[in-house]
Design a protein around this ligand. Sequence first.
Ligand SMILES: [Zn+2]
Length: 374
Amino acid sequence: MSCCLAAVVTAKASLSRSPDMNFFKRDAAARTRTLLRNAALFLAFSIALAASASCSSDEGGIESRAGEDTGALKVVSTVSPITSLVENIGGTRIRLEGIVPEGVNSHTFEPAPSVATLVADADLIILNGLFLEQPSLELARANKKPDAVILSLADKAITRDQWVFDFSFPESDGHPNPHLWTSPDLAIKYADLVRTELSALDPDNADYYSENFSKLEERLNDLDGRIATAVDTIPPENRKLLTYHDSFPFFSTRYGFDVIGAAQPSDFSEPSAREVASLIDQVRETGVPAIFGSEVFPSPVMEQIAKEGGAAFIDRLRDDDLPGSQGDPDHTYMGLMTTNIQIMAPALGGNADALDDFDTGLVFEGESNAVYPE
Ligand SMILES: [Zn+2]
């Protein structure tokens, strides 16, 4: 508001120095002076207009949504688990805004044109990468400031020979399974990459980012151990996952689960009748007590597969929408992982007691500036 007022005052002051009306009666020198004055007036108007335009665009941007502009690094991130990891490292020293609203299909998400404004203002744009957010990446490339950095975490966290292809992400499409963050050791790698980039762009706060990284690394290592303990309570023959959305290959490798199948084809349609029949056979053959869906991808065929295969259908797993709402202690990456184990372990004949007193909250002190889109 105050900057809009300043812009109007600047324009008025310039107007009061407006040239007189006898332009055509003047000699050439006077005409030149008048032209220069007019050019100055036009420039003042342009500045005033630009200033007032930026005031109004700020209403949807980082400044008004996350407090006054303090010169803090402006960071934009895509899906919520990544926003949460960035939030934990950047703490109170960055201005962070997520792009992908929770509860939407991040794989097919097309950012609204207003996201271009957000990206154009950012110093750092953080994505998962591995083709997860291709439209957002293209929008970022087209609209970012020349010196703004795009950080694709998954592309840096693993090498090409560690890419995983499966039913939902077949090698023929060339897009590997991008859900690396479901394994806490890879989430630590993500956090380390974030710490390194924040420190490079904002060296004055490097110690703060490192301190938060150390706390988060310790917390995630603790989480990793607790998940392993919970998985130990599941009878070994039940450590099998059949999910609708295929987001747990890295999790499964980490904790010794066997991914027996995923129902969702690579084009996010429903599986064919033949595929459904074969999944039912797999559920029967393996005798797995439960199969899993997610709220983001409701699927009637999963109920059918469960019913005919003789398993329970649990439709509450999450991979990129955090539990609770912003400000809740479990609305974090740690909350997401904890909730999944609390759903998964009992359904497969074990328990999640090891996670009972786990602290899922943010690792830093003070008020978070992060904005999670609804
Ligand atoms: Zn996903």
